[in-house]
Design a protein around this ligand. Structure first.
Ligand SMILES: Cc1cc2nc3c(=O)[nH]c(=O)nc-3n(C[C@H](O)[C@H](O)[C@H](O)COP(=O)(O)OP(=O)(O)OC[C@H]3O[C@@H](n4cnc5c(N)ncnc54)[C@H](O)[C@@H]3O)c2cc1C
Length: 368
């Protein structure tokens, strides 16, 4: 039995929903059908950002979001690729293209690789690993034009011109809000569909979840979009429970990224990673190929970076999620070896914050 049969879901694949009619409680699909709803979930995800640069329509230039994008890139012929954007998708795409034997240039307009995920110190370590794989990394340069006849031939930046046969645009995603917005759903300050703690939008019985929804961000203590898979899955689960009448509150999201599997050095980051303002405190520890940083606000972890040694990532996540005051335990948290016994006082002080499962998870983490 497949997923849909097992869960009594009727899939309608390959059909776009083009309108929501709130008065008649129906949705209209592009093939002319109407479907009634009692409850509706909008999980329309994100759309790849295509920067407003001349020449993005040339053959050989592609975003990387959908399966057809991946297939198109896979089928491009040529030997030289430029990847625009050194976020997680851009870095991963560069490594994959390099593995396929292409000459790869990775271009980033900001001054470092993975600027939204790692701080400068961590990014220096990671950049070296990427360069050691034979990828040319160019930061602090902006693309101004994609040149060629019908096919891409060169990428022009504000400083140089790079020959290429293909370009991958990895410039991020923006929430695909159009359907919801046209129906009158409120939009939040990050540009996503605004939802409450039960994942309901500003319109009754219409819910939002995943990359399209703006939810409570635990680290920032404000609403925002953390466009990662685990957040989307959890939000979908909470929305579903509420839609069938099981009132459940979404605890909030934490941005988390792990890139170890594709660069070859374990590296994890979560929450707030670069801070401005006196309310934050940064504690860093750097050795040859390892780097660790925690960001505190009012004695609580609101962000962390772990490069080289990431075993304690789960522990940091739990302490962040539970807003545990760690101010008296910072040297312990920054040390290479943390034993459960050492953390016992901290956990005991905050016992009420942890469920039985979390308590056991903490123990396992500390004993690793
Ligand atoms: C290349 C890439 C790599 C990634 N790697 C990771 C990773 O390693 N780890 C991680 O945590 N996250 C990763 N992400 C992010 C992760 O994929 C997203 O956070 C997650 O897929 C969001 O799920 P979603 O259901 O909200 O949206 P999506 O997965 O984007 O799904 C939305 C779906 O809605 C459909 N849709 C939109 N509008 C309509 C409409 N009008 N009618 C009908 N259907 C519609 C879309 O076609 C799409 O299939 C990656 C993203 C990309 C692009």
């Amino acid at each position: 039995m497949d997923f849909f049969d097992e869960n009594k879901v009727t899939p309608h694949l390959g059909i776009r929903v083009q309108k929501i009619s709130t008065d008649s409680r129906t949705i209209q699909t592009e093939d002319g059908n109407d479907y009634e709803f009692d409850k509706l979930l909008l999980a329309t995800g994100g759309k790849p950002i295509v920067p407003p640069i001349p020449g993005t329509d040339k053959e050989g230039v592609s975003t990387l979001k959908y399966l057809e994008d991946a297939e198109r890139i896979y089928n491009f012929k040529g030997t030289k690729a430029v990847v625009v954007g050194a976020g997680t998708v851009g870095v991963e795409a560069s490594i994959s293209l390099k593995r396929r034997g292409l000459k790869v240039s990775l271009l980033e307009q900001l001054g470092q690789v993975l600027p939204n995920v790692f701080d400068e110190e961590a990014s220096i370590i990671i950049r070296k690993i990427i360069e050691d794989k034979g990828i040319e990394v160019i930061t602090g340069e902006q693309v101004v034009q994609f040149k060629g006849d019908s096919h891409i031939r060169t990428v022009v930046t504000d400083k140089r011109e790079i020959e290429c046969d293909m370009v991958v645009l990895a410039c991020g995603v923006r929430p695909a809000i159009e359907l919801g917005q046209k129906a009158g759903i409120g939009i939040g300050s990050s540009g996503g569909l605004r939802v409450d703690g039960q994942m309901m939008t500003s319109l009754p019985d219409i819910y939002g979840a995943g990359d399209v929804a703006e939810t409570y961000d635990i680290s920032r203590d404000m609403d925002g979009i953390n466009a990662i898979w685990p957040c989307a899955v959890e939000q979908g689960r909470i929305a579903g429970l509420n839609m069938v009448g099981q009132k459940t509150r979404y605890a909030g999201s934490i941005r988390m990224n792990s890139i170890g599997n594709f660069i070859g050095l374990p590296a994890v980051s979560m929450g707030i990673i670069s801070v401005h303002g006196h309310e934050f405190q940064e504690i860093k520890r750097k050795a040859k190929d390892t780097y660790r940083k925690i960001v505190l606000r009012d004695g609580r972890i609101v962000g962390a970076i772990l490069v080289g040694q990431t075993q304690k990532a789960g522990l940091y996540t739990t302490l962040l999620r539970k807003k545990v005051d760690v101010s008296n335990h910072v040297p312990l948290l920054m040390s290479d070896r943390v034993n459960f016994a050492d953390l016992m006082p901290l956990i005991k002080e905050n016992e009420g914050k942890f469920t039985e499962i979390q308590y056991r998870e903490l123990m396992t983490n500390c004993l690793q």
